[in-house]
Structure formats: structure tokens, C-alpha cells
Design a protein around this ligand. Structure first.
Ligand SMILES: Cc1ncc(C[n+]2csc(CCOP(=O)(O)OP(=O)(O)O)c2C)c(N)n1
Length: 525
């Protein structure tokens, strides 16, 4: 790519940075706020760069690890909770190390704009003893991605790139650098590197521990960690990732009067923190997400320093940083910003007009009204909006795949009828294994797969089971006479209700495939 400037989301800047770093494959499962990374690679990648969606974050991670095994550069992207799904290969890949560069993008969602929790992925990197980078701007997102690939290959470990919603989904100018060619195929020198039998794993783990001083030194020397002087030493500011922007905004264009340590690369640059603490007896830690640096700082500084942040209530523990709460933490007025945020009218989500899920829920609700002791366990997807009035049809929405397994557990406890509702993409993401548990134990559950042919919630990405769900369900061992395929349309309401009533009466596993195309993809088509 030429050195023209581009207006990019941070997600897109990461994708462009990866492409310019000689990417051979991007792997991902959609999830807000990370989805645009793979979508950009799909639009921009030259032929020969892998850029298809994976079934879930774990498969995506392992596919990327396989590419890194083969000596090439791979990117794997997911939302923060996706890293829970991929946690097994993530932590173990720290022990195998890599051959080609592997960059793992986790997009965190503080304030839970589109998520079930606001976990902070920096804890994962720390836990796995892996380095992490955290951009403060779109340009840095671009540069850090390239840097992360180099660091990964230099230190031979995966590198986590963590960002949060506001940066992922905002645009700014990015000036790309000269692209680099892809790596050639190159197998690992050591045939035992990826064989984590205990003897090898112990040896590799010792090697990972031995790399920690060099990783710490890399963070101390990183261009992404910078200590800036300031005349007012009453407080020193530690600003992680995008937090520096809120500090600048609170200063209203004037230079910040306080010394600032901007952190963009981890492990924690302890020396830089000590240098800031030499100047200031009070430190204010501003970080989007959880108090990751703030909690560790207590172990870095001797007694007698005051540390302010989310733990002492200077900033709220929960929720994302805002211009208001950062200004308040800095003792600045935030009136102008407050007026701006008052202009944005909240728009709560709801199912689209003519959504097939509504028609499915209407017969589910009617059938379940006859069973006040029964419950509908749901999953994550557009259909989770079935929790809201007027439908109020579901009792749970916890994590991807949990509808089937929670229904099974409740059935094990004696709850009848135990119904599970899951989308097609969520089913192939992590529902299939739970169904196998139920089939094996002949659990009395009724499963509705709401198959709209797409991954609707995240904008209509492909759904890997499309056209194959009947075969998959049959293959998992569901009895053919208890596998029904319906079309959720008003005109079929009575027939659909009758079918569901019959399956609710069956004391074994039944599956109802409720199939009608998503209204959004139908419109686009
Ligand atoms: C582990 C994890 N990965 C990704 C997501 C983001 N996400 C929420 S629902 C969903 C899939 C929805 O597709 P589908 O099950 O087909 O239901 P639809 O929205 O089309 O009704 C995704 C990708 C998530 N919440 N958790």
C-alpha cells in the first residue's frame, strides 16, 4: 500500500497494520467491538491471505497458531469474552511459543455496550506471562500491530493487542508505512516445541519464565511507553491506552500541567512508574476497564504514596472512562461535555419488524403458558431480545452455548419442560457439544434452533452451519422423529404451536429447527 492517509476505525487500522506487516492469515469469530477487523481484511486482503470466519474463537485461535507454527504471520481477533472461549489455546500457546508471528486482538467492552461483562483482557496477558500492547489512537493501533508481529517473532511468543470500544469504533487518520512481504513457510527447528507433554511443557515453561526480564525491558524501552514532564507535581498521571485522550480533552487543548506516564506496552514498565513516583507522591491511574495497573502499582511503590483511581473511588470502578468522569478525577469542570452527551437520545435495542424470531417466540410463549413450571433457557444473539417486553419469553442468557446445557442441567434437577432456544451461529459456535451431552443421557429437553441463516446480532456474517443444521443435528444422534423443521410465519402459527406442544410432551431430546431468513439479510439481498 502507498503512503496515503486513510480514515480508519481502530479495528481497521489493526487490520491494515497486519496486512502491511506481511499477514498470511486472519482468523476470527464475530463479536462487538472486534468484528470490523476481519471484515476489513476480507475487503482489502490480496489473494492468498486467509480471511474466512471460524466456528468460534477457540477454533480461530488454534488455526492462527497452526499458521504461526508453519512460520507465517497470523492474526486472531475476538471480543473480550471470546478470549474466555480461546483461553485454553491462548495460555498454552504461551508455553509452546510461536514460530511465525502471532498477534491476538481482544476488543474489550467496558460499560457492556454489547456484552455480558466488562472483563479486562490485560489480566489474561499477565496471567499467561505474555506481552500486551494497548493503543491510544488509530495511528498507534496501526503501528502497534506491526510492532506486535516483530515482538512476537523476536521473543517467539504470541502478543496480545488489547483495545476498548471507543477506540475500536472511532475513526481517525492513519498514515501507513511501507508494506512488508509475507514470511516463507518455515517449520519449527525444535520438533518438541509444540508437543506439550509434561517433560516438554516444563522445559518450555522455564523458557517462558526466562523470557520475562527481556519482555519487561522491552516494555521499559518501548516507544509506546512515555514519561512526559509537567510543572505541577501535586499529582502524577498514569494513562493507559486511550485514557491519554480523555486527559488531553479535560485540559481543553492546553498542555497537561502534571507529569504523565502514558502506558501502551506491558508487562508493566515498573522503572518508568518509579521514575514518575520520584516526582509525585500522589499518582492518579486512568485506565479503561478494570484497575489492572492501579492494583499492581501498590506492589511497585513503597509505603507512603497515595494511589488514586478506580479502587479509591476517584473514578467509578465499573464502566468505561468518559470525558466527564476523567475531568472530575482531574478536578476540572466538565460542563461542556455533559451538555453534548445529553443530546444523544438512548435507543434501546429491539427485534426488527418482521423478524422471524418474533414469530418463533409467539408460539413458544403460547405453548409455555400451559406449563407455568417450565422455563425457556436462551442464548446470545438477536433472539436474546426475547427477554424484553412484550415477549418476555426467556429465563436466561449467560454465555454462548449455555442455553442447551442449562436446560439439560435444569432437566437433571427435575424442571419440566426444559426448553432451550439458540441461534444457528451460536449453535455451531458452542451448542453442538452440549446437545451431544443431552443426546447421550436422553435428557428431556426441547431445543429450538432459530435458524435465520446468518450471524444476525453482529451484522450478518456467514453462519458456518447454514444448510447443514439438519444433518448436524441428526449426526449428533437426535432421533429423526423428534427433529422437526418449521417455518416461523404467522400463517403457520397454529401448526408450529401444535408441533411444539407435541415435542414438549416427549421425555427425551427433541429439536425444532425454526428456519426463516433474517429480515436484514433478506432486505440486503
Ligand atoms: C464468546 C462470544 N463470542 C461472540 C459473541 C458475540 N455474539 C453475540 S451473539 C452472536 C451470534 C449470533 O448469531 P446467531 O446465533 O445466529 O443468532 P442471531 O443473532 O442471528 O439471531 C455473536 C457472534 C459473544 N457474545 N460471545
Amino acid at each position: 500500500m502507498s503512503s496515503d492517509r486513510r480514515l480508519l476505525l481502530a479495528d481497521e487500522a489493526i487490520a491494515q497494520g497486519a496486512l502491511d506487516a506481511g499477514l498470511s492469515g486472519a482468523y476470527a469469530y464475530p463479536g462487538t467491538p472486534s468484528t470490523e477487523i476481519l471484515e476489513y481484511v476480507q475487503r482489502q486482503a490480496p489473494a492468498g491471505v486467509h480471511c474466512e470466519w471460524s466456528a468460534n474463537e477457540k477454533t480461530a485461535y488454534e488455526e492462527a497458531l497452526g499458521m504461526a507454527y508453519a512460520g507465517k504471520r497470523a492474526l486472531v481477533a475476538m471480543k473480550h469474552v471470546g478470549l474466555n472461549v480461546a483461553a485454553d489455546p491462548f495460555v498454552n500457546s504461551a508455553v509452546t511459543g510461536v514460530n511465525g508471528g502471532l498477534v491476538v486482538v481482544a476488543a474489550d467492552d467496558p460499560s457492556m455496550h454489547s456484552s455480558q461483562n466488562e472483563q479486562d483482557s490485560r489480566f489474561y496477558a499477565d496471567f499467561a506471562l505474555l506481552p500486551a500492547v494497548e493503543p491510544s489512537s488509530q495511528q498507534e493501533a496501526y503501528a502497534m500491530t506491526r510492532h506486535a508481529f516483530d515482538l512476537s517473532e523476536k521473543m517467539r511468543v504470541p502478543v496480545l493487542l488489547r483495545l476498548t470500544t471507543r477506540l475500536a469504533h472511532s475513526r481517525a487518520d492513519v498514515t501507513p508505512a511501507a508494506p512488508r512481504a509475507q514470511n516463507a513457510l518455515a517449520l519449527p527447528d525444535d520438533p518438541r516445541q509444540f508437543v506439550l507433554l509434561p517433560a516438554n511443557a516444563r522445559r518450555n515453561y522455564a523458557a517462558l519464565l526466562a523470557k520475562q526480564p527481556a519482555l519487561r525491558q522491552a516494555a521499559e524501552n518501548s516507544d509506546f511507553n512515555a514519561l512526559t514532564e509537567g510543572p505541577d507535581q501535586s499529582v502524577g498521571i498514569v494513562a493507559c491506552g486511550l485514557a491519554i485522550n480523555y486527559v488531553r480533552e479535560a485540559c481543553d487543548g492546553a498542555p497537561c500541567p502534571h507529569p504523565i506516564l502514558k502506558i501502551g506496552q506491558y508487562p508493566l514498565p515498573e522503572e518508568l512508574l518509579r521514575r514518575l513516583a520520584e516526582k509525585c507522591r500522589t499518582l492518579l491511574v486512568i485506565e479503561d476497564g478494570m484497575p489492572f495497573v492501579e492494583a499492581r502499582l501498590r506492589g511497585v511503590l513503597p509505603h507512603g504514596w497515595t494511589i488514586r483511581g478506580r479502587l479509591d473511588g476517584t473514578l467509578p470502578y465499573a464502566g468505561e472512562l468518559t470525558p466527564e468522569n476523567v475531568a472530575r478525577a482531574l478536578g476540572k469542570p466538565a460542563a461542556v461535555v455533559r451538555a453534548a452527551s445529553a443530546l444523544v437520545v438512548p435507543r434501546p435495542p429491539g427485534l426488527c419488524a418482521a423478524c422471524p424470531h418474533t414469530d418463533s417466540f409467539l408460539f413458544v410463549k403460547e405453548a409455555m403458558a400451559e406449563h407455568p413450571g417450565g422455563r425457556v433457557f436462551s442464548d446470545i444473539g438477536c433472539y436474546a431480545l426475547g427477554a424484553l417486553p412484550p415477549l418476555e419469553a426467556i429465563a436466561s442468557c449467560v454465555d454462548m452455548g449455555a442455553s442447551i446445557t442449562m436446560a439439560k442441567g435444569a432437566a437433571d434437577a427435575g424442571l419440566r419442560p426444559a426448553v432451550a432456544v439458540i441461534g444457528d451461529s451460536t449453535f455451531t459456535h458452542s451448542g453442538m457439544t452440549g446437545l451431544l451431552d443431552a443426546v447421550y443421557e436422553k435428557s428431556p429437553i426441547t431445543l429450538l434452533i432459530l435458524d435465520n441463516g446468518t450471524t444476525g446480532m453482529t451484522g450478518g456474517q456467514i453462519s458456518l452451519g447454514a444448510g447443514r443444521l439438519e444433518a448436524i443435528v441428526r449426526g449428533l444422534g437426535v432421533e429423526p422423529q423428534h427433529l422437526r423443521v418449521l417455518e416461523p410465519l404467522k400463517k403457520n402459527h397454529a401448526a408450529n404451536l401444535k408441533a411444539l406442544r407435541e415435542e414438549l410432551a416427549y421425555q427425551g431430546v427433541s429439536v425444532i429447527l425454526s428456519q426463516r431468513e433474517c429480515i436484514q439479510t433478506a432486505k440486503r439481498r
